[in-house]
Design a protein around this ligand. Structure first.
Ligand SMILES: [Zn+2]
Length: 153
């Protein structure tokens, strides 16, 4: 799933666990695997991996993910920022293998983690709509909850 969607889910996790930033990080990591186990966009299983096809979308997604992380931090009430950041980092860190492999040719995760990450994937190239819908739903939830908090003072 897009890292942007993982980040937005992590923002909600941090919000729910606002007094427990370490737990927010752990739940964020677990959420990553759970979300990747849901149908989402990606290369088909029957086609070889291609950086040429993957990179342009991953670049946009990475930039959007950083923007989502900045917005998530900015929208979180001050006392919740640590847990929000922890939730977002936990939710996103599992996908750090892709930029690390692309830029440095090295995967920082143990083989067992990489196998699990690969095994849970339910991706197909015709599911971009799922990614966009999930992202819009998560982003609007983050924004609505933040606006509600500000209205309450
Ligand atoms: Zn993933």
């Amino acid at each position: 799933m897009f890292v942007t969607n993982h980040v937005l889910a992590g923002a909600l996790i941090g919000r729910a666990l606002r007094r427990h930033p370490v737990a927010a990080f752990g739940v964020g990591v677990v959420s990553h695997f759970a979300m990747d186990a849901c149908p989402h966009w990606g290369m088909g299983d029957d086609e070889p991996f291609s950086w040429e096809r993957f990179y342009p979308i991953a670049r946009c997604d990475g930039c959007l993910g950083l923007a989502a992380m900045t917005a998530g931090l900015g929208l979180a009430p001050g006392a919740n920022r640590k847990a929000s950041l922890s939730g977002m980092l936990g939710a996103a860190v599992v996908d750090a293998d892709k930029p690390m492999r692309y830029f440095f040719g090295w995967n920082p995760f143990p083989a067992a983690v990489q196998r699990l990450h690969t095994r849970v994937q339910r991706q197909a190239p015709n599911r971009m709509g799922v990614e966009l819908f999930v992202g819009a739903a998560l982003a609007s939830t983050v924004v609505m909850l933040s606006l509600r908090d500000r209205a309450r003072g």
